[in-house]
Design a protein around this ligand. Structure first.
Ligand code: IFM
Length: 444
């Protein structure tokens, strides 16, 4: 009897050990990745519109400025070691337009050498780069000409993109032209909390949306003409919109309209050329745009949370909330892994056969008490979608380290590595070890 109990104990401990095969398992080709963006970590982005924006009191919480950010510009070796320590196969980062082309048509040699060095370090570490060309910031000269509304924007963006391809990213396979186009435009042109700081109405979004679509497509065509073998997409920020529970059926209609306008209109226009969305009593767009169709090789998805939707009488005619009692992150976003499953299934339906790359998913959690569970629950949801046939190729956690969270300043902590902004020291959080273990086991 004693032997039987001992054997049973041994069996139980063996099955519970970390060597047991994972219950949530990923294909051996799966690309584990972390993501960052230049302005948020590098520091010294002095020729950008965001640098100017930050100098104005009230634009960033607590009067903070990106300043030296995480000092990443001077810590390439150290930060490559952090990536290696996590065992990621891919690293998504952005090349800063304002640093590469600080004046229109003038390219900065130091910046070119710098990014070449970054890529060499990544390659030496066996980490595949994924380059973002534009992540919320613009060079000051571009903003002064009208940003995405300037009719020279598509040509200027295509020129910069091919310059980066030829002089920095030669041999890089995966490219993101623009990060989160809808967030970038809605915060800049409706919310007034990012440059250019406009507080327009929903109808006023159409011009910059079209400018951005054309800029992406111009870059796509120019880059693919040079190197047809590369893959180009965007990082779309997808959210779930659910009607608040209740009697009003119009809330459901509104949730559907917002879903189409925010999640799919932009990406679908790049498939078909037709930009189509409407928000009741606010705006209606249905327009064919030349030369933008078929300009996405994959669908990049950033997923964070959902919004509960309710109609209001005041502009813009709706408001968002978080369900009562829901678990939230430090920035008040609902933790809703099921939403990840839902947007993945919907993306596969909207874009049949297209590869999907998770270009961001993460949580602001300074105490690191929720991050490991957040990662597992979201990976489980993603894995479920994959088992049902959604072709997800890789997953980037946002972010490698805490960083400058735009108008929220340095308070939100999204990093696997904790930043001490006084000393610029990086310290692995327990969730970094957990994520790394998941990567090594290819599951959990
Ligand atoms: O920090 C941002 C990033 O720049 C874009 N995606 C969302 C992240 C968290 O808010």
């Amino acid at each position: 009897m004693k032997t039987l109990i001992t054997l049973l104990g041994l069996f139980l401990s063996l099955t519970a050990s970390s060597n047991a095969s994972p219950t949530v398992e990923f294909p051996s080709s799966f690309k584990w990745c972390v993501a960052t963006a230049a302005h948020q970590i590098e520091g010294g982005n002095t020729n950008s519109d965001w640098w100017d924006w930050e100098q104005i009191p009230g634009h960033v919480k607590n009067g903070e400025r990106s300043g030296a950010a995480c000092g990443h510009w001077d810590r390439l070796e150290e930060d490559t070691r952090l990536l290696s320590g996590l065992h990621v196969r891919q690293y998504r980062f952005s090349v800063e337009w304002a640093k590469v082309e600080p004046k229109q048509g003038r390219y900065d040699l130091d910046a070119i050498i710098h990014y070449n060095r970054e890529l060499a370090l990544l390659r030496a570490a066996g980490i595949e780069p994924m380059i973002t060309l534009q992540h919320f910031t613009l060079p000051r000269w571009m903003r002064e000409q009208g940003g995405w509304e300037w009719d020279g924007a598509p040509a200027a963006f295509a020129k910069y993109s091919t310059f980066v391809l030829d002089n920095i990213g030669f041999g890089v396979r995966d490219w993101i032209t623009i990060n989160e186009p809808m967030v970038h435009l809605v915060l800049g042109y409706l919310g007034g909390v990012q440059p250019p700081g406009k507080k327009g109405d929903l109808a006023s979004l159409k011009a910059p949306v079209i400018g951005l679509l054309k800029a992406h497509a111009a870059a796509y065509h120019a880059m693919k003409q040079r190197h047809p073998e590369i893959r180009i997409g965007l990082a779309h920020h997808l959210r779930v919109f659910d009607a608040i529970p209740g009697w009003n059926p119009l809330n459901g209609v509104l949730a559907e309209k917002l879903d189409r306008a925010w999640n799919w209109a932009f990406a679908e226009a790049l498939e078909t050329g037709q930009l189509r969305y409407d928000i009741p009593l606010a705006t209606e767009v249905n327009e064919f745009i030349e030369n933008i169709a078929h300009t996405q090789d994959f669908i990049g998805i950033n997923y964070y949370t959902r919004d509960m939707v309710e109609m209001t009488l005041e502009a813009p005619g709706f408001k968002f909330s978080v369900p009562e009692g829901a678990e939230t992150s430090d920035v008040g976003w609902e933790i809703y892994p099921e939403g990840f499953y839902r947007v993945l299934k919907a993306a596969a339906e909207h874009f049949p056969g297209k590869q999907i790359l998770i270009t961001e998913n993460g949580i602001a959690d300074a105490k690191d008490t929720k991050r490991s569970k957040f990662i597992e629950s979201h990976l489980e949801a993603m894995n479920r979608a994959m088992r049902e046939g959604v072709p997800v190729e890789g997953y980037c956690y946002w972010s490698l380290m805490d960083n400058f969270e735009w108008s929220e300043g340095f308070t939100p902590r999204f990093g696997l590595y904790e930043m001490d902004y006084a000393t610029l020291a990086r310290k692995a959080r327990p969730s970094a070890a957990h994520f790394s273990e998941i990567i090594l086991r290819n599951g959990f």
